[in-house]
Ligand binder design. Structure first.
Ligand code: NAD
Ligand code: UDP
Length: 338
């Protein structure tokens, strides 16, 4: 079976994707500098699957170190998860974000060309639809105007990858636009483990549940939505991971660039997330309403038809599963991987 390089493979989505790839019979090689993750996540993936991962610790910007991975392994396809992803931090440190996210992409493309690796799957984001496109987002829409440097790195990387595929006819580029990944592997052995104060809703809720944070602030209750709180397309990380296996199969058979939304197509509000978490896990989440957070759109959700039609992929897990699995991970690992 072919060997897949997961750049940033020790992270939240990478580790869950490693499980699904190993279960599907692929060999997995990871390259990660553990700037936002740890090797323990990969050890847990090995325990879940009973299979081995070949893990390299390196900065993907370091092209010599990266070439060594391609030299030592007959890589069939690359999945590029490696990036910095904190929206607020990207506003404070734009140069760090542009340098890291764009350079990792360029290093990977250069190595792929040198070692004749033809398939790359890229972790893009719904954020590329920007401010002006109406929901639900479809893949034919033009990329929009982003509200922060993180989003712009995704727009730029999509463009770079598309241009590479135009120039190298044998290249296959699959741009996966994730909506809001939450949840954890049902084993409770791997999950999201943010460093410091979580930026994202679900890890914050989970840390309130486990007693690490006193209360959740819901950002804004005067949006033009049914209950006044923002609505997002939350997707279980295991469903998302399975989408990558489908994307690999697609890339192996096709050339050029293709874009897919990976979402459920159903939006839920922040208040609904809190309610569902409380109901499913039989607990109260201490919360207050606060000001809107700068840059937040009222609504973001996918039209997920294209992934079903072309990849034969759709989500299977419910919001209840997402809330249950998040809590299962957090209660078994109150301090994450530490
Ligand atoms: P994550 O931070 O858990 O994983 C990213 C991994 O990349 C980490 O293990 C980190 O150590 C590694 N990394 C970063 N820079 C590196 C470098 N220069 N060299 C080597 N390794 C490096 O994040 P995640 O949630 O798993 O997200 C994976 C990808 O999906 C990211 O590109 C992210 O922008 C994108 N994405 C995530 C979300 C989300 O909500 N989680 C939504 C849309 C898109
Ligand atoms: N949110 C919130 N409180 C928090 C974190 C997030 O109310 O502590 C809201 C945020 O305003 C947005 C939704 O939860 O409406 C999802 O935010 P997240 O940062 O998880 O994802 P985003 O859609 O912004 O990428």
């Amino acid at each position: 079976m072919s060997k897949i390089l997961l750049a940033g493979g020790a992270g939240y989505i990478g580790s869950h994707t490693a499980v699904e790839l190993l279960n599907a019979g692929y060999e997995v090689v990871t390259a990660d500098n553990y700037s936002n993750s740890c090797p323990e996540a990969l050890k847990r993936v090995e325990k879940i699957t009973g299979k081995q991962i070949k893990a390299y610790e390196l900065d993907i910007k370091d092209i010599k170190a990266l070439e060594n991975v391609f030299e030592e392994n007959d890589i069939d396809s690359v999945i590029h998860f490696a990036g910095l992803k904190a929206v607020g931090e990207s506003v404070e440190k734009p140069v760090l974000y542009y340098r890291n996210n764009i350079d990792t992409t360029l290093s990977l493309l250069e190595c792929m060309e040198k070692y004749k690796v033809r398939n790359i799957i890229f972790s893009s984001s719904a954020t590329v639809y920007g401010e002006e496109n109406p929901v639900p987002y479809t893949e034919q829409m033009k990329r929009g105007t982003c509200t922060n440097p993180y989003g712009w790195t995704k727009v730029m990387m999509e463009q770079i990858l598309e241009d590479a595929a135009k120039a190298q006819k044998e290249l296959s580029v699959v741009l996966l636009r994730y909506f809001n990944p939450i949840g954890a592997h049902p084993s409770g052995m791997i999950g999201e483990d943010p460093q410091g104060i979580p930026n994202n809703l679900m890890p914050f809720v989970a840390q309130v549940a486990v007693g690490r944070r006193e209360k959740l602030t819901i950002f804004g209750k005067d949006y033009d939505t049914p209950d006044g709180t923002c609505r997002r397309d939350y997707i279980h990380v295991v469903d998302l991971a399975k989408g990558h296996v489908k994307a690999i199969e697609y890339a192996q058979k096709n050339k050029g660039t293709e874009v897919f939304n990976l979402g459920t197509g159903t939006p839920y509000s922040v208040a609904e997330i809190v309610d569902t978490f409380e109901r499913v896990n039989e607990m109260k989440i201490n919360h207050v309403y606060g000001e809107r957070r700068a840059g937040d759109l009222p609504e973001s959700y996918a039209n997920a038809d294209k992934a079903l039609e072309i990849l034969g992929w759709k989500t299977e897990k419910t919001l209840e599963d997402m809330c249950r699995d998040t809590w299962n991970w957090q209660k078994n690992n109150p301090n994450g991987y530490k």
